[in-house]
Write a protein that binds this ligand. Structure first.
Ligand SMILES: Nc1ncnc2c1ncn2[C@@H]1O[C@H](COP(=O)(O)OP(=O)(O)OP(=O)(O)O)[C@@H](O)[C@H]1O
Ligand SMILES: [Mg+2]
Length: 284
């Protein structure tokens, strides 16, 4: 079985600069380490009908990248391609191109999909805790991996809940059902469950769309915290949210990537007319 990404982390460097290349600040170079490369990807649910068309983009380590665009333009489809969630749909698949994560072609036949999803976690629109205790929800992924030692699980549960900003609210009722929490707390529980297995990348598909404004603010602040440790890709319909949480924004329309750039540029001075029309509310 092909090991997935095990030895490749150390290779995550930018192309060497030529002697004449301008000297760059090292922190800027580190910030631009590419972790996801989408390379001329087409995708179809039904053979012959591509819903993603020739998508190419690089997603940088430690950044939050937002996918925006009108309903049906392919945001969730592309997001789900990044951890092969679309594999579950018969006949669906890439019809062209390649997606590399940390340098590995994730659609290579020898890639272990379970292993891939350990590295690329996902948080869904509708929070979906398991009907288990708060503790077991967070410990779930580790137990699946065969971790059973109580001290290890205790430590992981506590640190994940702290990172998800939920610890203080639940530390006295870890044995209560995860389903007994409020919606915003359940979504943070799902985030804690995702980060407990220490993924490199977290995919979020409209994680706040079922939440009230206060819970939304809490999750947005959490996303900003989490990017210090994880690379995050978020689909959102809320353009204010994209401006608040993301470093880069990709605008999609009818299965095409119209433009991807630094978020402030997309929302103040986009290069494409179609983007301008969408962000100014004239369309979409
Ligand atoms: N399981 C599926 N089977 C067939 N077609 C699908 C399936 N899921 C999505 N599609 C189609 O693929 C296209 C892209 O859908 P997708 O869900 O990626 O859009 P989206 O940008 O996430 O939209 P929204 O903002 O409404 O969530 C749409 O035309 C949609 O109808
Ligand atoms: Mg969607």
């Amino acid at each position: 079985m092909k090991t997935y990404m095990s030895d490749q982390e150390d290779q995550m460097t930018l192309e060497p600069q030529g002697e004449d290349a301008p000297v760059q600040d090292q922190s800027a170079v580190d910030a631009l380490e590419t972790v996801i490369e989408v390379d001329h990807v087409n995708f179809a649910y039904i053979p012959g009908t591509d819903v993603l068309k020739d998508i190419s983009m690089n997603i940088n380590k430690g950044e939050v990248t937002a996918f925006i665009g009108p309903s049906g333009c392919g945001k969730s489809t592309l997001l789900r391609c990044l951890n092969r969630m679309n594999d579950l749909i018969p006949k669906a698949g890439l019809t062209q191109g390649e997606i590399r994560i940390l340098g590995t072609d994730i659609y290579h036949p020898e890639v272990d999909v379970i292993e891939l999803r350990k590295h690329v976690g996902m948080v869904f629109q509708k929070y979906n805790p398991f009907p288990k205790s708060i503790y077991e929800n967070v410990a779930y992924g580790l137990r699946i991996q065969g971790v059973n030692r109580k001290s290890v699980l205790d430590e992981a549960v506590e640190s994940s809940l702290k990172l998800a900003g939920l610890w203080d609210e639940v530390k006295d009722r870890l044995d209560s059902s995860g389903l007994g929490l409020s919606g915003g707390q359940q979504q943070r529980l799902c985030i804690a469950r995702t980060i407990a297995v220490q993924p490199k990348i977290i995919l979020m598909d409209e994680p706040c769309s079922a939440l009230d404004p206060i819970s939304t603010t809490i999750i947005e602040e959490l996303i900003t915290q989490l990017k210090q440790e994880f690379t995050i890709v978020i689909v959102t319909h809320n353009m204010q949210q994209a401006t608040r949480v993301s470093d880069r924004t990709a605008y999609f329309y009818l299965g095409e990537l119209i433009e991807m750039d630094v978020t402030t540029k997309i929302f103040t001075n986009p290069s494409q007319q179609k983007t301008e029309e969408y962000i100014s509310g004239r369309f979409g």
